[in-house]
Structure formats: structure tokens, C-alpha cells
Design a protein around this ligand. Structure first.
Ligand code: ADP
Length: 269
């Protein structure tokens, strides 16, 4: 063998092979680390409401005497159960689409109609906080794309709900839509005049369960999965999400989507 393959070149081949293996191992290790981290985080997030529920039930069993006291415990127990349900619903949504159980249903759809529908829904979230929800005039122009309507509904609903949630009373949230003709991309922006996101948190906000202020968001009912869903669904469409934020001033999320839907790899002959 050494006669047919010069030693030097054989060394090069080997070095390349070792290199490839090492980088594959590195990627595998990183994937395992992410899975471990994710299941740890998921267990922790579900464990917290369960611990609260158990503690409150114990207290009620030991100390509550009147129906009113039992009622109080049941109401707060319901809140923890709702929280767990929300986390599980969001996790299932992510798992089903990423595990390929629910592939995208790509059809021609009107993005402008979808945003107008969401604007009407969003108003009922904005009204109690006296937030002005604005639909930029460019959304009235009909824009059709190839996409999974249900998934895009979830994407923009999450962004609009976040914008309202993280904007103090009396603020403003705007939805706009434009087309980049050259790139054949559509661009949806959801911007708010809210609390903003400090720069050091920006690289992490799309991670599952990541929240800038964990304590505050528990009260708000957030699961920390909303932006992970946004990112996953947009990437599945072959698009991308960008965020620009100034603390105390506001945040803009920009979603870029290819008009022709995800570009499937060419079929093998
Ligand atoms: P959550 O359920 O906590 O809202 P998300 O994944 O939707 O989780 O968002 C992750 C974190 O990013 C939020 O907890 C919040 O700290 C921050 N965030 C998201 N959207 C906004 C926004 N429009 N303004 C300010 N902060 C935001």
C-alpha cells in the first residue's frame, strides 16, 4: 500500500480524514449539548409550576377551612395548570414541525389579508393597555406569496403579542409590509415603542426558554418559546428574522420571506 500511496500524500489524506472526523464529532457534541440543555430547561420550566401547585395544595389541605379559602387555592392552581398547558402546547408546536411530523403546507396566500386579520385580532390585546395598533397603509396593497398560512399566522401573532406585551400603556405598535423586488422577498416589520432589549441579550432571545427578565415574564404568562417558534417557522420557509432594539425606546422585528416559498433542493435523478 505504501508503495502505491506515497507516504506524504497518505499522511495528508489521514490528516484530512482526522480533521473531518474531529469536526463531525464537534458538531455531534454540540448537538448533544443542545439537546441536554433543552431537556434540562424544559423539565425545569414544567417543574416550577408543578412545585407551586403542590405547595399550594398542601397548604390548602393543612390550613384551609372555609370554602372561600379552598376556592382561592383552586384559582391559583388553575393559573399554574394553564401555564403548564401553554408550555406544552408551544413545545409540541416546535417538536411537530421540527421533527417533520407536520411538514409545511405551502399554498398561494395573501400576506396582506393575513396581516389585516391579525391587526383586527391584535386590537383586542392592545385596547386594554390603551396601545395604538397601527397598520401601515402599505398593508392594504394585495401581496400574494407561497407559504404555510397557519405557520405565518403564528409567527406574526407571536411578534404582535410580544410587541404589545413589552410596551407600556399608551404606546404604539406598527405592522408594515413591503416587497423587495430585486430580492423577490417580502418584508414584514413589527415595531413598538416599548421597553426594548439590552444589546447583551439580543444574541439569545431566539433561544428556547430565554427571557430577558425571568421574574417579570412569569407574571406576564410568557413561556420563553414565542421567538423560538418565530425563528423556526421563518427558517422553514427559507426566510430570516432580524431585530433592532433600543432600550427604553422600542424594538423592531423584521421578517424576510422568499415570495416563492422555501426552495426545495433539486430532486436527485
Ligand atoms: P416570552 O414568552 O417570554 O415573551 P419570547 O420567546 O416570545 O418569550 O421572547 C423572549 C424574550 O425576548 C422575552 O421574554 C422578552 O424579554 C424579549 N422580547 C421579545 N419581544 C420583545 C419586544 N417586542 N420588546 C421587548 N422585549 C421583547
Amino acid at each position: 500500500l505504501s508503495q502505491r500511496l506515497p507516504l506524504r500524500s497518505s499522511g495528508d489524506e489521514l490528516a484530512r480524514l482526522v480533521d473531518t472526523f474531529n469536526s463531525m464529532l464537534g458538531r455531534l457534541e454540540e448537538s448533544f449539548r443542545k439537546i441536554k440543555q433543552f431537556s434540562g430547561d424544559a423539565s425545569h420550566e414544567l417543574r416550577t409550576p408543578l412545585t407551586i401547585l403542590k405547595g399550594e395544595t398542601e397548604v390548602a389541605l393543612r390550613w384551609a377551612k372555609t370554602p372561600e379559602e379552598f376556592r382561592k387555592m383552586l384559582i391559583s392552581g388553575m393559573e399554574e395548570i394553564d401555564r403548564m398547558s401553554r408550555i406544552i402546547d408551544d413545545l409540541l408546536l416546535l417538536a411537530k414541525s421540527e421533527g417533520g411530523q407536520k411538514p409545511l403546507t405551502i399554498k398561494e396566500m395573501s400576506l396582506s389579508d393575513l396581516l389585516q386579520e391579525l391587526y383586527l385580532q391584535g386590537r383586542s390585546l392592545a385596547q386594554p393597555k390603551s396601545i395604538e395598533l397601527v397598520l401601515h397603509p402599505n398593508v392594504t396593497e394585495e401581496i400574494r406569496i407561497l407559504a404555510d398560512k397557519m405557520r405565518l399566522r403564528q409567527v406574526f401573532l407571536n411578534l404582535i403579542a410580544n410587541a404589545i406585551n413589552y410596551t407600556p400603556d399608551g404606546g404604539q405598535v406598527e405592522i408594515s409590509l413591503s416587497v423587495d423586488g430585486e430580492q423577490d422577498e417580502v418584508i414584514v416589520k413589527v415595531s413598538d415603542t416599548g421597553i426594548g432589549i439590552p444589546a447583551e441579550h439580543l444574541p439569545h432571545i431566539f433561544d428556547r426558554f430565554y427571557r430577558v427578565d425571568r421574574a417579570r415574564n412569569r407574571e406576564d404568562g410568557g413561556t420563553g418559546l414565542g421567538l423560538a417558534i418565530v425563528d423556526s417557522f421563518v427558517k422553514a420557509h427559507g426566510g430570516r428574522v432580524e431585530v433592532f432594539s433600543v432600550p427604553e425606546k422600542g424594538t423592531t422585528f423584521t421578517v424576510f420571506l422568499p415570495r416563492k416559498g422555501p426552495q426545495t433542493p433539486p430532486a436527485t435523478p
